[in-house]
Design a protein around this ligand. Structure first.
Ligand SMILES: CC(C)(COP(=O)(O)OP(=O)(O)OC[C@H]1O[C@@H](n2cnc3c(N)ncnc32)[C@H](O)[C@@H]1OP(=O)(O)O)[C@@H](O)C(=O)NCCC(=O)NCCS
Length: 383
């Protein structure tokens, strides 16, 4: 199988294998998605695998950032991974993914993230479960009265892409969030121009929501704010629909402040869509991430990463004053031993005790690493 970047004029070539993998897409929706993904096609980030002339596999690499403890880290978002049904089960999927992983490094992304429909193929290449997109259902009535004061908000559209990206970025930075994704301006323009989405911008907050399919409820795709007053005002806008919308399904962090706002907190229905993380370039990923102030940790690491040999070897990991460093070191007998899956899960805040007992980390004294990497990663975007 030969894998190469597809041109924008080859977009329709992936429609058929995409439909066979994920279901058919009506023409209008296909055109909308084609427009939304235009920057990716133009940047040569959609790939096709060819065997005997026809396309047998496909996958794409979104150009994104991902906040880790409040710092945006360059990341690839792997999506649309597909092998033609008649060609599955003979190693093409794994070959495609190995190729995409190499390209993530070539594009200069220290991290790669994906939503797995199945886990083994990605684990075999060093991805590990790291976080989730959480949807929670709340009674709209509980939100109706949470506002404490009126806060200036305005309706926003595609022309506000840069401002929306900046506001949302500031919220994630200030909250020291881990996991949310940031997009380039072109993609924000697409997201802000979706028909039937209601989008509002405040000085320090952002809201986008829509009617749930079939009516009867509302769906919040993104509601973030830095201050309590803006947060309350934006949730109250959503809750103001309680006379016609009984429930609000919202994409939020599992520790989202909205859970502490309403007077009544009924038992929650939470739906988790898990995502996996791959540390592509270990020293760059460690240096780009944020860490809690006042937490210091040091450990000798021995990394064995067969797909990314530049991550392999003896390292000295040091975290201090909110900064992390991974530097090559000499051999030590007390090193903490990890593969790419253990390293990726550690990076995402999975506690060392869980990593040890799941066989993803061995040896050494790694206890101090848990508070340094502590995180509850979430995502507000699916791709
Ligand atoms: C998932 C998919 C890309 C795998 O492609 P493939 O060419 O069949 O995969 P490979 O032959 O390279 O198999 C790689 C590994 O994944 C495993 N695998 C493949 N399909 C699987 C499935 N549906 N469930 C569980 N494991 C699966 C294989 O057993 C193999 O593991 P092993 O070497 O330990 O046996 C393909 O089945 C597909 O296109 N599915 C529909 C779309 C989809 O789910 N895409 C993934 C979106 S994240």
């Amino acid at each position: 199988m030969e894998i190469r970047a597809l041109g924008a004029d080859e977009r329709d070539a992936v429609r058929d294998i995409g439909a066979r993998a994920f279901g058919p897409i009506p023409d209008e929706e296909w055109e909308r998605r084609a427009e939304a993904s235009r920057p990716m096609w133009e940047a040569g980030r959609w790939f096709g695998g060819f065997d005997g002339g026809g396309i047998v596999a496909s996958g794409a690499l979104h150009d994104m950032t991902q906040w880790w403890h409040g710092r945006p880290v360059s990341a690839a978002g792997v999506g649309g991974v597909t092998v033609a049904p008649e060609e599955r089960g003979r190693g093409l999927g794994r070959r495609l993914m190995a190729d995409l992983l190499r390209r993530c490094a070539e594009f200069g992304h220290p991290l790669a993230m994906l939503y797995p429909a199945t886990t083994p193929i990605y684990r075999s290449l060093g991805w590990e479960h790291a976080g989730a997109q959480h949807h929670i259902e709340l009674p709209a009535e509980a939100l109706r009265t949470v506002a404490a004061e009126r806060v200036p908000v305005r309706r926003a559209g595609p022309e506000d892409a840069a401002e929306a990206a900046a506001v949302i970025g500031r919220v994630h930075a200030q909250a020291r969030d881990s996991g949310p994704v940031g997009w380039g301006e072109a993609r924000w323009r697409g997201l802000l121009g979706q028909r039937d989405d209601y989008v509002y911008l405040a000085e320090d907050g952002f809201l986008s929501y829509r009617w749930a399919e079939g009516g009867g409820g509302l769906e919040v795709s993104r509601l973030v704010a830095s201050s309590e007053r803006t947060l309350r005002a934006l949730w109250a806008i959503v809750g103001s629909g309680s006379s016609t919308a009984g429930t609000v399904r919202a994409c939020v962090s599992p520790l989202d402040p909205v859970l502490w706002l309403p007077r009544e907190r009924p038992p929650e229905i939470v739906h988790r869509t898990p995502w996996m993380l791959r540390v592509v370039d270990a020293p760059a990923a460690i240096a780009a991430r944020g860490y809690p102030a006042g937490v210091a940790a040091q450990a000798p690491l021995l990394v064995d990463d067969p797909q990314r040999p530049s991550n392999s070897g003896h390292w000295r990991l040091e975290i201090e004053d909110g900064e992390g460093r991974l530097e090559p070191s000499g051999e030590t007998s007390d090193a903490v031993r990890l593969g790419p899956r253990g390293l990726s899960a550690l990076y995402a805040g999975v506690p060392v005790s869980a990593l040890r007992r799941s066989g993803l980390l061995q040896g050494g004294d790694a206890e101090a690493l848990s508070p340094a990497f502590a995180a509850t990663p979430f995502s507000l975007d699916y791709f």
